[in-house]
Write a protein that binds this ligand. Structure first.
Ligand code: UD2
Ligand code: MN
Length: 579
């Protein structure tokens, strides 16, 4: 799977929580209006910008829990009620043979009804939440390439069976140039029984990003809802999403993504309070909201969760707003990185991403992509990420490149394509900086900002860099002296507290300046590579071939052309962090 950690942390099999599926569904069959519920409450930490949520009257009806699968045609069928299914041992071979068709238990999936019931896993209070009568309608868009027949059908049925018909404008299936025959005429025929299902066929492989854009282009609903083609939407999944958009059109709500086990196809719960985050170099992951944050904001398990990054596959967005944001960068190919792109774009350009615990959708997480990448998989994803980094990360793109993508900085190695339009779009939308995003949306990010730290030893002088009364000097090395402690950061700063070593003026003198992420005179290239060898400190300002050098008398610093053998140009930090 490589680039993305999509595996959730399933906490228990659903059957543990709700032993009796009939009983579990009891709560959902009344829809009598009750006094205002908590639906219109703002999520914690949210400043109500336009006050729309505050001034809107509360919702009028309880979330509709329509689910025609509650009394299944065959209650004893394999996998019914989201239960784990077992395969007889003599069928194991068949399971393995079919595995690669989808990188999950395709054989078993085929035996499970396309409209199986699954347990209602929402927090108890969700069924009581009130939503508005006049929610916007949605087009549900499934993009797929060579999706397994049974899972594609189960995805579609789950939407048809568990969405209020008046809110479901249509289901659009975007076939991203699949090669399988069953996805041609047989699929057309099967879907022709549902008036709301439309199939559009792409004439060449576009990848999921451009396939989604193609689906959006023909959608007639006011809201777009994107889903992967191997999901099962749970009871009452749609209204809570649409409600958030109704309250604020710039909200982008995502359901909780639950786990359909790839081996036994059981429907599994995930932990509460999970949100999507990223780590360097732009790797998606899940983590729990900090306990302190939950407590401070009095959060309950059904409150919307502000989410720095979305997983990518499942979300609703106001259609006009999607276009205002310029949809996705259409230069992103096949798979990967688009979740980062749209997440940064939404947050930095005035929107919000939320996970809505009252909306739940199961998804089969697979160990591998079951389809072919037209070009090398790794290079495709790297290129997508580099596009995102170049457009959205500002000076922080060095953190991206520094954490394993050094080679991408050499533009001769990889062509990331033209970015003019994306950069223009960011200007036009007057989006905020990535610094703002980190400080306001993801302040608790544990950024590994320090690459090396400790004393800065000069090999020729055999002394250490120090700060004396605000000036740089050299001293006999002494670990106990704070004045000799420096950090070398991913931003390429040599810093002591908030002061950075900088090249100053035209006479190549040095000074300590307040650190500033953007000033090139504060940036130094130091190949730290964990080596015991001292390395150069190369200024980025003048050219890449000018190195920091200590004067042999130990009273000053100079900038001189780099020479590999010059000991007075060799610097070494006490400790290097592994990359
Ligand atoms: C996750 C997302 C996925 C997408 C991806 C990063 C979830 C649950 N899934 O990986 O939606 O954001 O991260 O890009 O958050 N597809 C095409 N054409 C292609 C490739 C894929 O139509 O060239 C379809 C594919 O059939 C599937 C969807 O796009 O329905 C997502 O692909 P995936 O399931 O392989 O992605 P996943 O879940 O590993
Ligand atoms: Mn998927």
């Amino acid at each position: 799977h490589g680039v993305k950690t999509t595996s959730r942390t399933p906490n228990k099999d659903v059957k543990e929580k709700k032993k009796n599926p009939e009983k579990a569904n009891e709560k959902s069959d009344t829809n009598v209006a009750k006094p205002p519920g908590p639906t219109t409450k703002l999520p914690p930490g949210e400043k109500s910008k336009d006050n729309s949520a505050a001034v809107r009257k509360p919702g009028l009806h309880k979330v509709l829990a329509l689910d025609v699968t509650l009394t299944p045609r065959d209650p004893n069928a394999v996998g019914q009620f989201g239960q784990a299914a077992v395969v007889a041992s003599n069928e194991n071979e068949e399971v393995m043979k079919r595995w690669d068709e989808g990188h999950f238990n395709v054989f078993l999936s085929e035996q499970i009804p396309v409209d199986r019931a699954i347990p209602d896993t929402r927090p108890e209070t969700c069924a009581q939440n009130l939503v508005h009568d006049d929610l916007p309608s949605t087009s549900v868009i499934f993009c797929f390439v060579d999706e397994v027949w049974s899972t594609l059908l189960r995805s579609v049925h789950s939407v048809l069976n568990r969405s209020p018909p008046h809110l479901l404008k249509e289901i659009i299936l975007v076939d991203d140039f699949s090669t399988k025959d069953y996805l041609k005429k047989p699929l057309d025929e099967y879907m022709s029984q549902f008036a709301k299902v439309r199939i559009i066929r792409l004439k060449e492989r576009q990848g999921l990003i451009r396939a989604r854009i193609a689906g959006a282009a023909v959608a007639k609903g006011e809201v777009l809802t994107f889903l992967d083609s191997h999901v099962e939407c749970n009871v009452g999944w749609l209204e809570p999403l649409l409600e958030r958009i109704y309250l604020d059109r710039k909200k982008v709500p995502c359901p909780v993504i639950e786990v359909i086990n790839d081996k036994d196809m059981s429907y599994m719960l995930v932990d509460n309070f999970q949100r999507g985050i990223f780590k360097w170099p732009l790797v998606f992951g899940w983590n729990a909201l900090p306990k302190e944050y939950i407590r401070k904001n009095n959060m309950t398990i059904s409150d919307p969760i502000r989410c720095p990054v979305m997983a990518g596959g499942l979300f609703s967005i106001d259609k006009k707003y999607f276009y205002e944001l310029g949809t996705y960068d259409p230069g992103l190919d096949v798979w990967g990185g688009e979740n980062m792109e749209i997440s940064f774009k939404i947050w930095m350009c005035g929107g919000e991403i939320e996970i809505i615990p009252c909306s739940r959708v199961g998804h089969i997480f697979r160990g591998q992509n079951p389809y072919k990448f037209p070009k090398d998989r790794q290079k495709t994803v790297e290129r997508n990420l580099a596009r995102v980094a170049e457009v959205w990360l500002d000076e922080y793109k060095d953190l991206f490149y520094g954490h394993g993508y050094h080679h991408l900085q050499n533009r001769n190695v990889i062509d990331i394509g033209n970015l003019t339009e994306q950069i223009e779009l960011r200007k036009k939308l007057k989006c905020k900086s990535f610094k703002w995003y980190l400080e306001n949306v993801y302040p608790d990010m544990v950024a590994p900002l320090v690459k090396a730290e400790g004393l800065v030893f000069n090999r020729g002088l055999r002394k250490c860099l120090a700060v004396q009364e605000g000036f740089l000097s050299f001293e006999i090395c002494d670990l106990s002296k704070q004045s000799q402690h420096f950090n070398y950061t991913w931003m390429r700063h040599i810093r002591q507290k908030n002061l950075c070593v900088a090249l100053q003026g035209t006479d190549n003198s040095f000074a300590l300046q307040l650190c500033d992420n953007i000033k090139p005179e504060q940036r130094w290239i130091h190949k730290s590579a964990n080596s015991a060898l001292a390395e150069h400190l190369i200024t980025e300002l003048v050219s890449h071939h000018m190195c920091l050098e200590a004067a042999p008398r130990g009273d000053s610093l100079h900038l001189n052309p780099c020479e590999p053998s010059k000991a007075f140009q060799k610097w070494q930090f006490t400790h290097y962090y592994a990359q």
